[in-house]
Structures are given as structure tokens and as C-alpha cells.
Design a protein around this ligand. Structure first.
Ligand code: F6P
Length: 560
């Protein structure tokens, strides 16, 4: 049977046409061995005497965006434009831009580095026709763009994590970061796209996430014939939250996005809130909430819902790999020494929106109510560090460490109620999910949350999902999970207790339904729906937008 994603792509990309992706983070992150590469002086480059091509290494970029899109190159030729986020990216960048040329066409002195870069790219993204184009923003621009505006400002605002009497403060520093960081970064990425697509007629570009709210507007000016889909991976909060910002910024964000043909959001709620925001702040826009479209400057922009998902087959293969088996065996050995307790698992980046702190407080409350559970349950938390150079993230990680230390007290490691593992080791996260009796996903708010979807597929002990009502995944999975409100520490303790004693039959029933739903709406489904809508826009046959909630929530159960 032809692959459904490939067949839509074949239709969209005749001949050798390429699909363009633009995001902040690229699919592969390059690293220079310590003491080599760019060091402190950007002019040293790969010519630095200390640098040898073997000093360059690579890993898969992190985050849901990369996980979802990194497979695209299996289906079609992709040009992926991103920013350089490390010295390694800056060293590899010039070579990445010419990977399509035969090695013999590269000046001899550059060949060792060129072949190392090709080898690493092939290791990370095997068998893909993928051209990476990393834009080197000046460091001060990148800092303002990534560390001031994107995270924390937009991230905190959109996850509603500000204590509003105290923040955000749109002061001179933030305005400077907006003007001299966020704006130029968006412009630079849009210009690079225009350059990379200059020989392509009616290019198709998939813009990603909150880093790039202004990019579609620039691209529309540079390439009026481009078909642009902007997909936002994180929540879109109500208009009242955006109203905290100066008119100039909130309008620029909305109008920048309206340069797109299609604006994709994770859930119906975020799509509705986006439409409201545009209706509130873009006076000359005509918003059709029911038809999910916006008329603006003689163009029609469609707003659609594309809940992101996972690749069940790829995950199943990975979950059975030696690396995961090894880690599971080690975890099981440790659990055996601890008397085979039940296991509650969480796996996330240590980042305030994930709400780990309240998750641990709820667990503590449960132990307080039922001291006997202390020996019968362990909380396995697989935590990945993230954005550690940004103060707000570092402070939150420290607060989490403090609470865990307090709850664990001075007990011996195996007797401690909370076991922390390093989540930059993805195999460990999957091993823990395989062993989970309960999985706690309690974000304050989340665009989607793919851990919820992974956990129900890989769990081997009929895991119960305890899920925040405010995770995007709740629109799909809430009816077969135990719901929690993110601030409800006492209620989360109740649900953890309930999950731990839920009878096997009930667990099996819910798990079957959860699995069926995740398998039906998988990663290929997410991609295909976007590509079909792009095809409809290009042919002028734009089907009316529909609400997901009303149409696809009823799924057939299959055996767990
Ligand atoms: O889903 C993960 C995510 O929210 C993506 O939307 C986004 O690309 C990523 O996090 C950003 O993370 P980072 O700052 O690590 O690139």
C-alpha cells in the first residue's frame, strides 16, 4: 500500500521540488569536543589549529518539534532552515549548505570536514534527502531572541506562568530584545528561506512555533507566491493574556502570523483562542469563528487544528532496543532490591510548565495520608535539563531538587521514595514508562504532551494515566485518564491513590481505548492533514474547517 504521507507529497512536490521547513532548532545539533572549535573567538572557526574534523560530533535535536519533523525527510526532499545553536552548528554550517555537491567539487582543504559533516548527518538522519541550512545569528542577537523573548517571555506568557502582579515587565530591556533580537532573527530566517527557494516556483514552507511569529509576514513580502503553513506547538492563551502586552507587540505577533495561508494549532481550544485574539487586536481582520477563517488584506487565512502525535511503529522498535532493555533490567534490579514496589513515573524536561514541583508535593501528601505506601511505591522521575542558561529555568530546577531532597530525607538510595534519573537519556525515559503502574502528566498547561501518548503505547503493566485537564493531550485522552487540575495538589494525591488501586480490568479497558486513539491519530495522520490542507489551498478548493472534538473522538478499541 502506498504510504499516505508520500502520496500527498508526491502530488504537492512534482519533479525535484523540495519542501521547506523553518524552525529555531534544527533536527541535528553539532558539538565540538571541549577546547576545540570556535572557542571564545568567532574568527577561529574550523581553521583553529586545535580543531580536527573528528572533534565534531552530533546528536538529535531535542523537543517535540524535532521528534515530529525529523522523519519528514523519509518521505520527501527537505530543506530545513534553522538557527545555529552551538559552536558545532557554526562549524558545520558552511559544509551543511553544500552537502548536495559531490565531495570532489569541494576545495581539497575543506574535504575532511565536509566528509565528517556528511557522515554525522547520515548517522543521525539516515537515508534522507535532507539539506540543513543553519543561520548564524550574531551571539547578542541570538541571546535576545532565544533567552529573553522566546524563553522566558513568550513561553511563560503562553503557558500562563507569570504571576501577573510581578511579570512580565515590558521594559526597556525587553523592548530592546524584541527590536534587536526577535525581529532581526525572524527576518534573517525569512530571508534565508527566500534565498534558498529562489529557483522554486510556488515553494511550500512549514514554519514552526513561537520563535517565528514574524516570519510569515516577511516571507509573504519576499515571496508572495509561497504557500505558508505556520504550526504552533505550544498553547495559545486567551486574548485577555495577550492584552497585557503593548498594542504594538500583540498586533505584530498576530499580523506576522497572518502572513500565512494556514495557521495550525494543537487543539480546538487554542484555535478558538487564536481567532478571538485576532478579532480583538487586528481591527481590519474579519474573523469567521465557525468557519475557522480570517479575511485580512484581501487574503483568506485558514485556522486549523493538528494535534501532534508520535510514530507508533518507530516507538515500538525503539522501546524493544537493547539500550532500553538494559536500562529496564537495571531499574528492575533496583526495584527488586527495594521489595518490588509499584511505580509512578514522570518523564519531562525540568521546566516550570511541567509542574513537577506540585507532582512531588501530591506524592508527599499521599505518603503522609498513607505512611504504609512509603515502602510499597516509588516515584521514578526521569528529568531532562533544559534551557539551563536562563535564570527562570535554573531556579525552577533548583526548587525541584530541594523538594525532592526534603521528601527523600536521609534514607538509603533504594529506600528513598523518589528516584531521579537523567532524562537526556531518552532510552531511560522509555524504560521507566515500560515499567510504570501509573504515569503522572500534570503540566500547568501544555501544547500537547507527547509523554502521555508514548506512555500508553509502551507501558507493559496496564499503566493508568493521571493527566492534567490543561494538557493539549487531554482533548483526546481525558475520558480514559484520571483527570487532575494542575494546581490541585490534594486532588492529584487522590488520583494517584486511585490509580494505584485501580482493578486490572478497568485499567485494561481504558488502556485499550487510549492505545486505539493514539494509533489512529499518529504522526503520519498529523502530517497528512497539514499536507492535504496545503494542497487544498493551492488548488483553491479550501474545504471548510471542522472541529476535531465533534468528529474524531470516537475510536474503536483494540486489545491492550
Ligand atoms: O514540544 C517541545 C517544544 O515545545 C517545541 O515546541 C519547541 O521546539 C521546543 O520545545 C523548544 O525547545 P528548545 O528551547 O529546547 O529548542
Amino acid at each position: 500500500m502506498p504510504n499516505p504521507v508520500s502520496s500527498v507529497l508526491d502530488e504537492l512536490l512534482p519533479g525535484n521540488a523540495r519542501l521547506f521547513v523553518v524552525s529555531n532548532r534544527g533536527p541535528v545539533t553539532f558539538e565540538c569536543a571541549p577546547g576545540t572549535g570556535l572557542g571564545g573567538d568567532p574568527d577561529d572557526g574550523a581553521d583553529s589549529p586545535a580543531f580536527r574534523p573528528g572533534d565534531l560530533s552530533a546528536s538529535r535535536g531535542s523537543g517535540g518539534l524535532v521528534t515530529a519533523l525529523a522523519e519528514l525527510g523519509r518521505y520527501a526532499p527537505i530543506t530545513w532552515i534553522a538557527t545555529s545553536s552551538s559552536d558545532g552548528d557554526r562549524v558545520a554550517g558552511p559544509e551543511l549548505r553544500r552537502t548536495h555537491k559531490p565531495l570532489r567539487a569541494i576545495p581539497e582543504r575543506d574535504r575532511p570536514l565536509a566528509s565528517r559533516v556528511r557522515e554525522l548527518l547520515d548517522e543521525q538522519q539516515p537515508g534522507q534527502d535532507l539539506r540543513l541550512d543553519y543561520v548564524d545569528l550574531p551571539r547578542e542577537v541570538y541571546g535576545r531572541f532565544y533567552e529573553t523573548i522566546s524563553n522566558p517571555f513568550l513561553w511563560f506568557l503562553q503557558h500562563q506562568m507569570y504571576a501577573l502582579p510581578y511579570g512580565p515587565n515590558v521594559d526597556a530591556g525587553l523592548l530592546d530584545a524584541w527590536r534587536n533580537g526577535y525581529r532581526p532573527a525572524n527576518k534573517a530566517l525569512a530571508e534565508r528561506f527566500a534565498e534558498a527557494s529562489k529557483d522554486v516556483e510556488r515553494p511550500i514552507v512549514l514554519l514552526q512555533d513561537y520563535h517565528l511569529y514574524l516570519a510569515a509576514g516577511h516571507i509573504r513580502e519576499l515571496r508572495p507566491d509561497a504557500t505558508i503553513l505556520h504550526f504552533n506547538h505550544i498553547p495559545w492563551p486567551p486574548a485577555s493574556i495577550w492584552q497585557m502586552l503593548p498594542q504594538g507587540i500583540r498586533r505584530a505577533i498576530c499580523e506576522g502570523l497572518l502572513g500565512s495561508d494556514i495557521i495550525g494549532l494543537q487543539t480546538d481550544r487554542y484555535a478558538d483562542q487564536f481567532l478571538d485574539t485576532v478579532a480583538s487586536f487586528v481591527r481590519d481582520a474579519r474573523v469567521d469563528r465557525d468557519g475557522r477563517s480570517i479575511r485580512w488584506h484581501d487574503r483568506r487565512i485558514r485556522v486549523a487544528t493538528y494535534p501532534i502525535s508520535i510514530d507508533p511503529d518507530g516507538l515500538a522498535r525503539f522501546a524493544r532496543s537493547d539500550g532500553v532493555d538494559d536500562r529496564l533490567a537495571r531499574l528492575e534490579g533496583r526495584l527488586e532490591r527495594a521489595g518490588n514496589p509499584k511505580v509512578i513515573v514522570r518523564a519531562d524536561r525540568i521546566e516550570p510548565s511541567k509542574n513537577a514541583l506540585r507532582g512531588f508535593l501530591a506524592f508527599e501528601e499521599m505518603l503522609h495520608r498513607h505512611p504504609e505506601l512509603r515502602s510499597q511505591v516509588r516515584f521514578v522521575a526521569v528529568h531532562a535539563p533544559t534551557r539551563t542558561s536562563i535564570r527562570e529555568y535554573a531556579e525552577y530546577a533548583a526548587a525541584v531538587r530541594e523538594v525532592v531532597a526534603r521528601i527523600n530525607g536521609l534514607a538509603d538510595p533504594d529506600d528513598q521514595p523518589i528516584w531521579i534519573y537523567d532524562g537526556s537519556d531518552y532510552a531511560m525515559a522509555i524504560a521507566a514508562m515500560r515499567r510504570a503502574d501509573v504515569v503522572l502528566v500534570n503540566p500547568i498547561v501544555d501544547g500537547m504532551n507527547l509523554v502521555a501518548k508514548e506512555a500508553v503505547l509502551v507501558g507493559e503493566r496496564l499503566p493508568v494515566l493521571v493527566l492534567s485537564e490543561t494538557a493539549g493531550a487531554a482533548e483526546q485522552l481525558a475520558s480514559d485518564s484520571l483527570a487532575v487540575a494542575p494546581a490541585d495538589v490534594a486532588g492529584t494525591a487522590d488520583q494517584l491513590e486511585r490509580a494505584l488501586v485501580m482493578p486490572a480490568e478497568e485499567r485494561r479497558y481504558h488502556l485499550r481505548r487510549l492505545r486505539a486513539s493514539v494509533r489512529e491519530q499518529d504522526l503520519a495522520w498529523w502530517l497528512r492533514r497539514q499536507l492535504r490542507d496545503i494542497a487544498a489551498v493551492r488548488s483553491g478548493a479550501l474545504a471548510p474547517s471542522r472541529r476535531l472534538r465533534d468528529t474524531v473522538r470516537q475510536v474503536e478499541a483494540e486489545p491492550a
